[in-house]
Ligand binder design. Structure first.
Ligand code: CA
Length: 228
């Protein structure tokens, strides 16, 4: 991994040093922060490829750091949580965390997760987003908002298309209903989650045999996944 700048926010010296040593050996550039406020300061003055963020930190906790970072950046965030702590997945995804790991984890596993998160991040961060998406005989033109299957036009409502294009631009990433309401409908809060479920149902019906590209992640939300 070339030029990947990691911001590691972790208060336990032993764990922080272990992760730093391992990542540096793997060729990553690692900046350390021993608490949330130092982490946020470092985040504000430099740019990072990915953030590794402990949940339980003295002072400002990891959740708050995550929320602060998301106010200004889409940088991938992997939350680190201690064994025995009940990690609230839903809450983490709502705050915009990309993944999480429970301690103790092997550094090897951490690197695998980092690579996965960085890989899928590329699709959405790429500035020259493709305007045509093709998968087998499913064809989507983002600019003309046209969808065809086997060359036949698929009729869908504007919101179905918005939802579909959001998923296509953010593959393999799980979104909560709240996040989808926010991103696709623009509701800040107070939206009805059933709106999302109804549209996912309609979208799947429109996609016919490609319906399974919209995957239900039980207890969390939905994701777009192809080729499995
Ligand atoms: Ca901690």
């Amino acid at each position: 991994m070339q030029n990947v700048r990691v911001l590691l926010i972790e208060d336990e010296d032993r764990i922080r040093e272990m992760i730093k040593d391992y990542l540096e050996n793997e060729g990553y550039i690692v900046e350390e922060a021993e608490n949330g406020s130092v982490g946020l300061e470092k985040f504000k003055v430099a740019s990072y490829t990915i953030i590794l963020l402990d949940v339980m930190l003295p002072g400002i906790d990891g959740w708050t750091v995550c929320r602060e970072v998301r106010n200004s950046s889409d940088v991938p965030i992997i939350m680190l949580t201690a064994r025995g702590e009940e990690y609230d997945k839903l809450f983490g995804f709502e705050l915009g965390a990309d993944d999480y790991l429970t301690k103790p984890f092997s550094p090897k596993e951490l690197v695998a997760r980092m690579k996965a998160v960085l890989k899928r991040g590329k699709g959405s961060q790429n500035s020259n987003e493709k305007s045509i998406f093709e998968y087998k005989s499913l064809w989507i033109n983002m600019d003309s908002r046209k969808v065809t299957i086997d060359g036949e036009t698929v009729d869908m409502t504007p919101k179905e298309f918005d939802l579909l294009s959001f998923f296509v631009n953010n593959p393999d990433k799980v979104f909560t209903r709240e996040h989808l309401l926010n991103k696709v409908w623009g509701y800040e809060f107070g939206g009805d989650y059933r709106t999302v479920d109804t549209h996912v149902k309609m979208l799947r019906e429109s996609l016919k045999r490609y319906r399974s590209i919209i995957v239900t992640v039980w207890g969390v939300g939905y994701k777009f996944e192809i080729g499995g």
